[in-house]
Design a protein around this ligand. Structure first.
Ligand code: ZN
Length: 303
């Protein structure tokens, strides 16, 4: 059976059940199953899977190492790809380069030797940064002069050649952040279910996805550049009490979402983290709570 239909059949009855518990039975027509996109809450019947209106979403985005996890609607999925996830991917590529990581991915750059420019790409290899000129972007004479000057420096053994290069990548920091917040929201939904995202404190997160250029949720994100990109954890933080939250760990990013119990609004949560951080830089090691298995598909733990 199509994985998407299976996911629909697992999520739809849970949705009806949770709506029933909330006294909202009448928001969905009777006699038929519906699955709601967790990002926009638009409800879709089962036929929407075959019509490709409900699509497989990777969490975190595939471009930063994610895997297929759940269904979102085609519109939310496509919009996120271009509006948020492309920025997270470019930011990751840029940071990998700055940290000297060998990823095999060349980045666009301009190199200068003695002021002679060369447009092309750069990437890290075992022996250092490798630079390639792109013939279409360079005057052949200037390109030849550039490499000649470079060779001359290598031969002279001058330890300080007049050589520099500039990487040309563009990303929007706010949008890259929202991409990670969105991934955390979806991972928490897959693990915890409809009961979690229907809480009032989660409304601003969906609002944020509709407003890419405004910071609606001042969500706290902790970053650990030394963490393995494959790291995945979901922690229901209950100690210290003022930092109670759902911590979603994906590679070097840890996103803190509202707790299951006595949840604080997102800005309260951020304030608690900021004041705590001022007195203790090693915040991450002091978090304690219940570990939830990272979902391989939506498990709706609370529903
Ligand atoms: Zn949607």
């Amino acid at each position: 059976m199509d994985k998407r239909l299976r996911w629909f059949d697992e999520g739809a009855p849970k949705l009806r059940q949770v709506l029933g518990r909330l006294g909202l039975d009448d928001v969905l027509p009777a006699g038929q199953n519906f699955y709601a996109c967790p990002c926009c809450l638009m409800a879709y019947p089962r036929e929407a899977v075959q019509a490709d209106l409900l699509t497989v979403e990777d969490v975190p985005p595939k471009s930063v190492g994610g895997r297929p996890l759940l269904l979102t609607c085609k519109q939310c999925n496509n919009t996120a790809g271009s509006v948020f996830d492309s920025h997270a991917a470019t930011r990751a590529e840029t940071e990998d380069f700055m940290r000297g990581r060998i990823t095999g991915r060349p980045l666009p750059m301009t190199s200068h030797v003695d002021g002679i420019p060369l447009r092309g790409t750069a990437r890290w290899t075992d022996s250092g940064v490798q630079i390639f000129g792109i013939p279409k972007q360079n005057d052949p004479k200037v390109q030849a002069a550039h490499f000649e000057a470079l060779d001359a420096y290598v031969e002279s053994g001058n330890p300080q050649p007049n050589h520099s290069f500039t990487i040309h990548t563009r990303f929007d920091e706010t949008r890259a952040r929202i991409s990670w917040i969105r991934a955390a929201y979806l991972a928490a939904f897959a693990a915890l279910g409809w009961s979690y995202i229907f809480r009032g404190v989660m409304d601003p997160y969906r609002k944020q996805l509709q407003q890419p250029d405004v910071s609606v949720v001042p969500t706290h994100i902790l970053r650990d550049p030394n963490a393995s990109p494959e790291r995945r954890r979901l922690l229901l933080v209950d100690r210290p009490d003022e930092l109670r939250s759902v911590a979603v760990v994906m590679g070097e990013h840890t996103v803190f979402l509202p707790s299951l119990f006595r949840p604080m609004a997102c800005d309260e949560l951020v304030e608690a983290f900021v004041s705590r951080r001022a007195s203790d830089e090693r915040l991450s090691v002091n978090l304690d709570g219940k570990e939830v298995l990272w979902p391989r598909w939506a498990t709706y733990f609370l529903d």
